[in-house]
Write a protein that binds this ligand. Sequence first.
Ligand code: C2E
Ligand code: MG
Ligand code: MG
Ligand code: MG
Length: 278
Amino acid sequence: RAKDGGRNQLQFYTEEMNDRVTERTLIEGHLRHALVRNEFLLYFQPRVDCVSGEVVGLEALLRWQHPELGLVSPVRFISVAEETGRIVEIGEWVLKTACLQAMAWQQAGLAPVPVAVNVSARQFRHAAFVQEVKDALEASGLEPRYLELELTESVMMHNVDVVIAAMSQLKEMGICLSIDDFGTGYSSLNYLRRFPIDYLKIDQSFVRDMLDDPPGAAIVRSIIALGHSLAFRIIAEGVETPEQLAYLKEEGCDEIQGYLCSRPVPEKEAAVLLGSER
Ligand code: C2E
Ligand code: MG
Ligand code: MG
Ligand code: MG
């Protein structure tokens, strides 16, 4: 028979698991209606060139405005959308909306910069994905060179040849590809060079710990060196302080993204960022 402490601990975990199941069920239920009820919107975060200081791109980040739940973070709902498969249609909406927005900014006379869209592994593996990208570009009239796709290392883990074929098709269209959250997955370095990738985005966890100790700094320096030797451009995510920026510049990082430059902002504020030469 379990001791009291053990039993309490068991109850504790069970309650926590219950909470998680309840949260998931709640999100899953509401998520079902989110698209038709028009509850999604995009925020945009600028990416800045380390040398020129100019805004060289915007990343589209999904937001969910729910009447009861409020503004729900993607951290809370993207994994649920992935598990249920709903990410495919949500991702299609993100693609279409981001392309339309980028085109609208260009037509308003703002500096044309590429917009980056996050693509989940499940969405990428969906057979119609490349066609969906073509449709989004066609519907908006956006030139492919103004679209970037951010993939995670998990995309590269299965069916390597199929993945490379799809990536190559996108590259031939003129679309840039990034590996997001680089360093957090398990991609083999030998595989990495086989993929037609343009950018590595250093995960923000490495940037956060970078100046705390020498090993932290060494990791970031190594990723930059590795990436450059494979001819990738390097973007550091989650840059919050001038000290972090200074170190990244010193190590030759190409671009940064983070609260230091701007938080993700709604469309109107993003337009202001594009309008201002910095
Ligand atoms: P991500 O693509 O790596 O996006 C970067 C995340 O870091 C964003 O969180 C952004 O708000 C946050 N961030 C940016 N700068 C800083 C900083 O200086 N400090 C800190 N602490 N955080 C910073 P967000 O918007 O909550 O998105 C979280 C994740 O959700 C994204 O990570 C991405 O993986 C996923 N996601 C967002 N939108 C989409 C989408 O449309 N489709 C898919 N499949 N995933 C998405
Ligand atoms: Mg991203
Ligand atoms: Mg990331
Ligand atoms: Mg992420």
